[in-house]
Design a binder for this molecule. Structure first.
Ligand code: CA
Length: 223
């Protein structure tokens, strides 16, 4: 999953980005409203953490601009303590959730996980596909109840695929959602990760859809 973090406080943005990266997110950063607006328009994020008090252009205007252009990614706004009117303006502009500063990183992470799974149409944090079970809270994977150890990139890919169960996901889309902006992307590596995942999972749940990409579906369904 790929996140955009928009925050002008240098300590907080560093802390947010490090925490998210440790949790397995690909993270891009913006420190002013204009940069944020641009990135949110051109890059496909799975979630955005948006501070409202920003230089150049405020967060509410950035969010309004995204929504007016049809950008529908989940957005969690960060508001200052006691600024209830900011929250209202944020929600009216299209925010999906908020946190008031200061906040606990654990709470932010839990809210982000909930936003991402809701956006993908899942109510439960535990996602299943045939014998494969992914607990998106703990980032653990089991097959027929036995736990499987995955590398960071393998987990990112599997997590994205299982969030988008039964949908065709292209290699380009996978590349865009498991790497950040600065990563030297090579969509051939996706094929390598898929190969390794299939081997580790030991079951055929990631199908190749010729010429289009991949689809994760329970064994036995027509591909
Ligand atoms: Ca600020």
């Amino acid at each position: 999953m790929r996140a955009l973090v928009v925050e002008d406080d240098p300590d907080l943005i560093r802390q947010l980005s490090e925490t998210l990266r440790t949790e397995g997110y690909a993270v891009d950063q913006a420190t002013d409203g204009e940069e944020a607006m641009y990135l949110g328009e051109v890059e496909p994020y799975d979630v955005v953490v948006l501070d409202l008090g920003l230089p150049v252009m405020d967060g509410v205007s950035v969010l309004k601009s995204w929504r007016s252009k049809g950008r529908a990614m989940p957005v969690l706004i960060l508001t200052a303590r006691g600024q209830w009117s900011e929250k209202v303006a944020g929600f009216d502009a299209g925010a999906d959730d908020y946190l008031t500063k200061p906040f606990q990183m654990e709470e932010l992470l839990a809210r982000i996980r909930a936003l991402i799974r809701r956006a993908a149409g899942h109510a439960s944090p535990v996602m299943r596909c045939g014998p494969v079970e992914v607990d998106t809270n703990s980032a653990t994977v089991t097959v027929n109840g036995e736990s499987i150890k995955l590398t960071g990139h393998e987990y990112k890919l599997l997590s994205y695929m299982i969030h988008h169960l039964n949908k065709i996901v292209s290699r380009t889309e996978l590349t865009e959602h498991i790497y950040d902006q600065d990563f030297d992307r090579d969509s051939n590596t996706i094929e390598v990760f898929v190969g390794r995942l299939r081997k580790k999972l030991g079951v055929d749940v990631i199908k190749t859809v010729r010429g289009l990409g991949y689809r994760m579906e329970p064994d036995g369904e027509a591909s």
